[in-house]
Design a protein around this ligand. Structure first.
Ligand SMILES: C[S@@+](CC[C@H](N)C(=O)[O-])C[C@H]1O[C@@H](n2cnc3c(N)ncnc32)[C@H](O)[C@@H]1O
Length: 300
């Protein structure tokens, strides 16, 4: 297993991308480079451009290979960055969303419950807002919204009340401060799940993950050639719903657009009617893959 990140659903996602040897492909979430390396194995005369916003992931970049270009940017700047490289059309795009295993095992980044690091949670270390800033400064209403929208807590008021009460006494600086706020709030049995949801909400807000995903998808529609493939692996229901709607309707509202004649305009042929999930064997080997959902669509 790669120490940085073990690629999830590697064979199925590569199948889905349907790599043509001379094609131009984009991997917008390079991480440890597992998916990127597999794409390169199929390229002969083609090109792969990989993005990552995290400086540590950039250190894994593939060197001495003129089929490969690494871009250290948020994937929300996809179109602009490709234009800089004189690329206007692509044959396929893959996104393996969220953070990598490295983020959880590095004890200083604030992604893991286990280490008493500052509540940071930024993938891009140049971002101004980190998790501590959000917890210490967001209004009660704003906190309510992020716990509802990013983690599906139906009634987050008690959670927000505890945060506000704690921060009136002293700032929330570290992960263990954050955990202390909720001492006795949930039973030991439910703690891990509860904190995973709380952390997810804060992390999504810090990195503006939902907006970045929507911007990426909208740009992919313009950039993909007809028959080009869009391959997305997501890890929670909020992302998966966005991807599913976008593949079906080309928008995020879930309402199909109609053309002049009243026909539904469909931007993609859906290749995966239901999302592909990892096999039991894969989950056994790599527990972090357990919530993965892979969706594939082909540009019409
Ligand atoms: C799940 S990992 C990808 C792992 C990769 N497929 C592999 O095989 O190693 C996600 C990676 O995407 C990066 N990432 C997440 N959101 C991003 C965004 N909006 N822009 C650029 N990189 C992003 C993270 O920094 C992380 O390294």
């Amino acid at each position: 297993m790669s120490e940085f990140h073990e690629p999830v659903l590697l064979a199925k996602s590569l199948d889905g991308l349907n790599v043509k040897a001379k094609g131009t492909y984009v991997d917008v979430t390079f991480g440890g480079g597992g998916h990127s390396r597999a794409i390169l194995n199929s390229l002969l005369g083609g090109l792969l451009i990989s993005f990552d916003q995290d400086d540590e992931a950039i250190k894994n970049k593939i060197i001495d290979d003129n089929r490969f270009i690494m871009v250290n940017q948020n994937f929300r700047y996809l179109r602009e960055q490709l234009k800089r490289l004189n690329i206007y059309r692509i044959d396929g795009l893959i996104a393996d969303l969220g953070v990598s295993s490295y983020h959880f095992t590095d004890n200083g980044r604030g992604f893991s419950l286990k280490y008493d690091a500052p509540v940071d949670m930024r993938m891009d270390q140049k971002l101004e807002t980190n998790g501590a800033h959000i917890l210490n400064n967001y209004s009660a209403n704003h906190l309510m919204r992020i716990f509802k929208e990013h983690s599906d807590f139906n009634a987050p008021q008690p959670i927000v009340n505890l945060i506000i009460k704690f921060r009136e006494q002293r700032p929330i600086n570290t992960i263990f401060d954050f955990k202390k706020i909720f001492q006795g709030f949930v039973s030991d049995r439910h703690q891990n799940k509860f904190f995973a949801r709380l952390f997810q909400a804060v992390r999504i807000e810090v990195n503006d993950e939902i907006n970045a995903l929507k911007e990426l998808l909208a740009q992919s529609l313009e950039l993909l050639k007809p028959s080009g493939r869009l391959v997305i692996i997501s890890y929670h229901s909020i992302e998966d719903k966005i991807v599913k709607r976008f593949m079906r309707f080309g928008n995020f509202s879930g309402v199909p657009k109609k053309d002049f004649f009243g026909n539904h305009s469909q931007p993609f042929k859906i290749i995966t009617k239901k999302p592909i999930v990892p096999s039991r064997e894969e989950v056994q080997l790599n527990n972090k893959s357990r919530s993965a959902k892979l969706r594939i669509a082909e540009k019409l």
